[in-house]
Design a protein around this ligand. Structure first.
Ligand code: RIB
Ligand code: CA
Length: 332
């Protein structure tokens, strides 16, 4: 059997994070060393609570521990009159009981608590103690990872790869006309990660919208019958309902993206990402309308800065959906 892939997941558990976590804890090829939570879809107390619920749904509480992370972005809520001054950025329109993300996942309240050690401290300690063979899978705002990089630069040489669900080139998120949500929540954090020099793969909206799942997949998954499969099926249904309620009846006719799960699939099957561009990427940190926009340099000219990301513009939906089904134990 091939060596298992060691990963740390950094999540802002809402609905697609939960699907990504259930798959990461279900695929035997993945060695999930621990989960860091962060403010994003919900405040960190709720993203932590939801993460614990998923771990217990997967009966993984003995082997997978949860570490509570940053409550606020690094800087973007500090300065009066700029950015998201004073608020914890999120799409309130989505965080309703009819939205894509809801306060509590449809699971029992967790029994376990998060670990005492903070996410940033645990991430630094785990990376420093490692053989340099850990992939960091970040599917929420990059606050924890950026803070860890600033707190102890020694981890940069210890990170095997970073896979980020975030950003967008031809697509923006629902939080702003220019930016995708995870980057918009903490633009400076994304830029710190970009300037780290670590091997970095971006799984942006351009890719995730090529790997949608719909009611048909939800029904097949529900038939698997395990608690994890029921959770994934229920959450695909919740996302479909949330998109319809928030963005119109036609917004989910071809299914909905399950953004974060595609990043986990890319850990095991990089070929799931298609039309991948090696390019230079920065984040617009100006306080104007494009604040938080990911800017990739697709020019082929001498003025371009060195490439610092692999940026996927597409995805192999069939490979992704088959991986989801097989990992959850699809009946033949
Ligand atoms: O833009 C999609 C991202 O924003 C996903 O990670 C989703 O969970 C939300 O955090
Ligand atoms: Ca997320």
């Amino acid at each position: 059997m091939k060596m298992r892939k060691k990963i740390i997941m950094d999540v802002d558990t809402g609905s697609d994070d939960a699907i990504a976590l259930a798959l990461a804890m279900s695929d035997p090829q993945i060695d999930l060393l621990g989960i860091c939570t962060v403010n994003g879809n919900l405040e960190v107390a709720l993203t932590t609570d939801n993460t614990l619920r998923v771990v217990e749904c997967c009966q993984a509480q003995e082997r997978v521990k949860v570490y509570r992370g940053c409550e606020y972005p690094l800087v973007c809520t500090l300065q009066k009159g700029t950015g998201q001054y004073g608020i914890i950025p999120r799409r309130e329109s989505e965080v309703t009981e009819r939205g894509v993300h809801r306060k509590n996942l449809p699971l029992p309240a967790p029994v376990a608590k998060p670990q005492e050690e903070s996410a940033v401290c645990w991430m630094i300690r785990t990376l420093l103690e490692s053989e340099g063979d850990i992939t960091v899978v970040a599917v929420g705002p990059l606050t924890n990872l950026a803070a860890a990089m600033r707190a102890d630069g020694r981890i940069l040489a210890k990170i095997r790869e970073i896979i980020v669900m975030g950003g967008g080139h031809e697509r923006s998120g629902l939080c702003s006309a220019a930016a995708e949500f995870n980057v918009w929540c903490d633009p400076e954090a994304m830029e710190i990660v970009l300037q780290s020099g670590c091997p970095l793969t971006m799984v942006p909206l351009d890719a995730t919208y090529h790997a949608k799942m719909g009611q048909a997949e939800a029904k097949t998954i529900a038939a698997i019958g395990t608690p994890q499969a029921k959770l994934v099926s229920d959450l695909i249904g919740q996302r479909i309902e949330g998109y319809k309620n928030g963005y119109g009846a036609d917004s989910a006719t071809e299914g909905v993206p399950v953004h974060d799960a595609l990043a986990v699939c890319a850990v095991l099957y990089p070929q799931v990402l298609q039309n991948v561009k090696r390019c230079n990427m920065h984040v617009d940190l100006g306080k104007g309308y494009a604040y938080g926009r990911t800017v990739i340099d697709t020019r082929d000219c001498e003025h371009s800065e060195a490439a610092n990301v692999s940026f996927a513009m597409g995805a192999d939906r069939e490979l992704f959906v088959n991986w989801v089904m097989d990992t959850l134990g699809r009946k033949a």
